[in-house]
Ligand binder design. Structure first.
Ligand code: GLN
Length: 452
């Protein structure tokens, strides 16, 4: 099959499937068909497993000449004039971008219900959420529309939707992938990563987007290994840790059962699995909501009604432009974060909140470092429950925030983490989270490949 035939078939399938799932915000049909034809014309590169493959891109990753909204009214008609570095790399590596995927507004949320435009459904049960914030990317892959989609993960937004949709989702080490052109949420936490059906596809996709970028000072100069190289199925002697805090009462018993079975499977594969403690991981959610919201309140200052996107009508003066554009352009969750962040950073409160949160972050990092002195990998559930019903948690922000209790510590420590399908509870997929040492995505992929 040629890239052009594949692209054409992809759009035909999308027109039927996405009518039910609503994973995509915008399609890129004309440009994608042209790109695919050009790939065929120059010849498929046989060394690139993903050459000519159609992919979805989360709508907070900027795409030149293709509307990029971050699922916000603020950016409803925003057409970027440049590509994110990862998008340039997708183009250079012959991926065919077929469309932009739905998400929680500015990546704030865990269900994709915070999108200003549409509610994405979980393809396994359309009355349930796909998770979030990269819920569109996850649903696009799980519903068979694209084999690869890209998401972003600040506190769990790749891994939790991967878990809810029964797919593979990797949040790489902070600095592994350039953030240039990712609409910033929490700059010290954000990473872009691949969401796929298989571990091998995921490893190949990360190879295509990883690496140093002069445009992102936080991107690492470390060499990027071939992540597909270690996929042998052999994990004999691997030392795996299971944190007891990840298996406590807060976790759905059906999820715990699946993780216990996964532990057994790793042991059968010749790995050792032992219980450890990450005593400060419980504090992660509180620290995260201070740090992420503070960074967001700063990053979102640029949406002032003048430089980008939405501007309120019939304004009286400059102050009115700012206030009304932001009041009308942002949704409730985004406003909640901006207010929380602005408060946490304000004079007199900084020491009590932002500084404290930073100290907690250090304790969490130390917990992980200690475990990694003796172990190669940490495993546990990705999320406390399977996908919940649309409408069930959206009115209660704190319940929604708790979805990421198991993923947030990984972002705070900048570590790589991946969710892979581990089983089903009441017909819905449940993910297993694999957490690696800094810049050791290879061990995660190796273990994930042996497990799947
Ligand atoms: N659900 C978390 C939040 O709302 C994480 C989001 C993300 O990783 N982008 O902040």
């Amino acid at each position: 099959i040629s890239a052009a035939e594949l692209a054409k078939a992809t759009f035909e399938n999308m027109s039927k499937t996405d009518a039910k799932v609503d994973a995509f915000l915008g399609l890129n049909e004309d440009a994608a068909l042209k790109t695919a034809a050009a790939i065929d014309a120059k010849g498929i590169n046989a060394d690139n497993l993903l050459a000519g493959i159609p992919v979805g891109v989360k709508d907070n990753i900027v795409t030149k000449d293709l509307t990029t909204t971050a699922a916000s009214k603020m950016l409803e008609n925003f057409v970027p004039v440049y590509n994110a570095t990862v998008v340039d790399k997708m183009n250079q590596n012959d991926l065919v971008i077929v469309g932009k995927t739905n998400m929680d507004e500015f990546a704030m949320g865990g269900s994709t219900e915070n999108s200003a435009f549409k509610v994405t459904k979980n393809p396994w049960d359309v009355s349930r959420v796909p998770g979030g914030s990269s819920g569109g990317s996850a649903a696009a892959v799980a519903s068979g529309q694209v084999p690869v989609a890209f998401g972003s993960d600040t506190g769990g937004s790749i891994r939790q939707p991967a878990s809810f949709n029964g797919i593979v989702g990797m949040k790489p080490t902070y600095g592994r992938v350039s953030r240039w052109g990712l609409i910033a949420f929490g700059s010290s936490l954000d990473q872009i990563g691949p969401m796929t059906r298989t571990v091998k596809d995921n490893a190949a996709a990360l190879n295509l987007i990883a690496g140093n970028d002069v445009n992102d000072g936080t991107s690492s100069k470390r060499e990027v290994p071939d992540f597909t190289a270690g996929l042998t199925g052999d994990i004999k002697g691997m030392k795996i840790a299971l944190p007891k805090e990840y298996m406590d009462d807060g976790i759905d018993p059906k999820v715990r059962e699946i993780i216990t079975a996964a532990v057994k499977q790793f042991e059968d594969l010749g790995a050792t699995v032992e219980e450890v403690s990450l005593p400060h991981s419980k504090l992660g959610v509180s620290a995260y909501y201070i740090i992420a919201s503070s960074e967001a309140s700063s990053n979102l200052q640029r949406f002032d009604g003048i430089r980008y996107g939405f501007r309120a009508q019939d304004v009286k003066n400059l102050e009115d432009v700012y206030v009304r554009s932001r009041s009308e352009g942002f949704g409730d969750e985004v406003k909640r974060r901006i207010m929380l962040g602005t408060f946490a950073l304000s004079a007199g409160y900084y020491d009590a909140y932002f500084r404290k949160a930073g100290q907690v972050r250090t304790l969490i990092i130390n917990d992980f470092n200690k475990v990694f002195e003796d172990y190669d990998l940490i495993i546990g559930p990705t999320a406390p429950t399977p996908a919940f019903k649309i409408g069930d948690e959206i009115s209660d922000p704190v319940t929604m925030y708790m979805n990421d209790v198991l993923t947030i510590p990984v972002n705070l420590a900048g570590l790589p983490g991946m969710s892979i399908p581990a089983g089903f509870a009441d017909g819905m997929p449940v993910g297993l989270q694999l957490i690696g040492k800094s810049f050791d995505e290879s061990t995660i992929y190796k273990a994930g490949y042996a497990f799947e």
